[in-house]
Design a protein around this ligand. Structure first.
Ligand SMILES: *Cc1c(COP(=O)(O)O)cnc(C)c1O
Length: 362
């Protein structure tokens, strides 16, 4: 099979070592063999979240953990502040509304980020707000939010800070405990180099206190059930054993490289991509670009969909724009197992594509 360059912000490529770990014979989860593996994962994955809290693992895509962060902390009629700077900010607001939570939106222009002062102001105007929902990286615009500054504002209020770090984790710097993040969420198919199917969520002491008063319905995603057994390497329901075996390999690969180095490699690759693009006369879309992926403005006179479709014929898979950015931007991921060589190859093919579509490339 011809190599496909899967440079999308989820799913992202899965290295062979991880595929191999997932092709091992299935084992039973109520055994010491499995519990030992999970126990080790639980110790190691905390280092990626930079937290002392337990990281709970769900069988779901990332959205399941997003929903769990709402249903486990809030009650019907509660108020939540939700930053909407793209598709995933909108998703938090949709989840809140689906469960009868009043949303105070902070709308930011797509491609920019919320200023922490805007969150401070919203918290002053809505002292009843129990939670603030943001992204680390808003994947739809490839924008990095200033979680540290926002954390320093939310920390002094009764509200908890929930961060959807699904695409940013591992690529962009993130310090859950140090930055005052109360719930941090990850997903397997982004920087974790796994197929889709697992979501991760860590909970601070402040968030557990709020959770004790939460009345929204929950069962499968009831965090208390996971927390109760997590230190034994157990989970309340049958886990996605195969994916968890892959997770063991993925987490040990990240720790072998070193979390700092893993993050630094993303920064270097992101800088390389941005520099190459500007060398080609292309413009990065986001004002605050993430190191997990880069969004590029479609040059005037070209159709973004055509660029993505033409790249596909060359076995390089980019993501298009979402929402009102459809056709206006396209996105290249450089997360997880995506290598510098992959990126060089993709940029070469992009040059070819633009020339074929009649765009003069520098
Ligand atoms: C991918 C992603 C999600 C989760 O999407 P799923 O399809 O449910 O895995 C959520 N937030 C962000 C920022 C993402 O990049």
């Amino acid at each position: 099979m011809k190599k496909q360059y899967l440079l999308t912000p989820g799913p992202a490529p899965v290295p062979e070592e991880i595929m191999k770990a997932m092709s091992e014979p299935i084992i039973h989860h109520r055994t010491s063999q499995y519990r030992d593996i999970v126990w080790k994962i639980n110790q190691d994955i905390k280092k990626i979240f930079r937290t002392d809290a337990n990281v709970l693992t769900f069988t779901s895509s990332g959205t399941g953990a997003m929903e769990a962060s709402v249903t486990n902390t809030l009650s019907k009629g509660d108020t939540a502040i939700v930053v909407r700077g793209g598709k995933f900010g909108e998703r938090f607001s949709e989840i809140c509304r689906a469960f009868g939570v009043e949303v105070v939106p902070i709308d930011v222009e797509w491609g920019t980020r919320p200023h922490h002062a805007a969150i401070e102001k919203a918290l002053k105007e809505h002292p009843e707000a129990k939670a603030v929902f943001i992204q680390l990286c808003e994947t739809s615009t490839a924008t990095l939010y200033d979680v540290k500054s926002i954390g320093s504002v939310v920390k002094n209020t009764r509200a908890i800070l929930v961060v959807d770090a699904i695409s940013g984790l591992g690529a962009d710097e993130f310090f859950m405990d140090e930055w005052g993040v109360d719930i941090a969420i990850g997903g397997s198919q982004k920087g974790f180099m796994l197929p889709p199917g697992l979501a991760f969520l860590a909970v601070s002491g402040k968030a557990w206190k709020l959770a004790a008063a939460s009345k929204l319905p929950k069962f499968y995603f009831d965090l208390k059930r996971y927390e109760k057994v997590v230190t034994e390497g157990d989970s309340p329901w049958t886990p996605a054993i195969t994916l968890v075996l892959g997770l063991g390999k993925a987490v040990s690969m990240i720790l072998d490289e070193g979390v700092d180095k893993f993050v630094a490699r993303h920064a270097a690759d992101a800088a390389f991509v941005r520099q190459s693009l500007s060398g080609m006369g292309l413009e990065v879309f986001s004002k605050y670009p993430s190191d997990a992926l880069t969004a590029i403005k479609v040059p005037q006179g070209l159709d973004g969909k055509k660029i993505v479709d033409t790249m596909k014929t060359k076995s390089v898979i980019f993501a298009g724009g979402q929402g009102h950015l459809k056709g206006k931007i396209f996105r290249i991921a450089h997360m997880g197992a995506i290598t510098r060589e992959d990126l060089e190859h993709a940029l070469e093919k992009l040059k070819e594509t633009l020339a074929e579509l009649g765009h003069k490339v520098k």
